[in-house]
Design a binder for this molecule. Structure first.
Ligand code: 5GP
Ligand code: ZN
Length: 113
């Protein structure tokens, strides 16, 4: 089995509080939420980081963004607003090397964050 924590969640070998799923995308609650709503949206297929992404990944990355829009509606933040962030690489604050979009909402973000 993969030693990637998010691949394990996708395969249902590790538990997560799943909030959205389709053929290519899974979304679940962040285990250490940093905002009142803090979801992680991941491609089911392993892509280590945005730096590793190529033209073949464009479709699934777009599906992640569309999933964010759906989650904005289901969580009630489509109008109020939300933030979508992809930390990339060591100086970008990436800890888990499986591409993930942080969806946060419910608190005014810092101007510089
Ligand atoms: P990064 O710093 O790589 O952009 O963010 C990784 C995020 O994944 C962090 O916000 C962290 O709380 C979350 N995380 C790490 N391990 C797990 C896990 O096993 N389950 C869930 N649901 N979230 C995790
Ligand atoms: Zn993975």
């Amino acid at each position: 089995m993969s030693d990637c924590v998010f691949c394990r969640i996708v395969a249902r070998h590790s538990h997560a509080d799943v909030v959205y799923e389709d053929d290519a995308v899974l979304a679940f609650r962040d285990i250490y939420p940093k905002a009142p709503v803090h979801l992680l949206i991941v491609p089911k297929r392993h892509i280590a980081s945005l730096v590793e992404a190529g033209p073949d990944d464009a479709m699934v990355l777009g599906q992640c963004v569309v999933a964010a829009r759906r989650l904005a509606e289901t969580t009630g933040y489509a109008e109020k607003g939300f933030r979508l962030v992809v930390n990339t690489g060591p100086e970008g604050g990436q800890v888990v090397y499986h591409v993930h979009f942080h969806f946060t909402a419910g608190r005014r973000p810092r101007a510089d964050a």
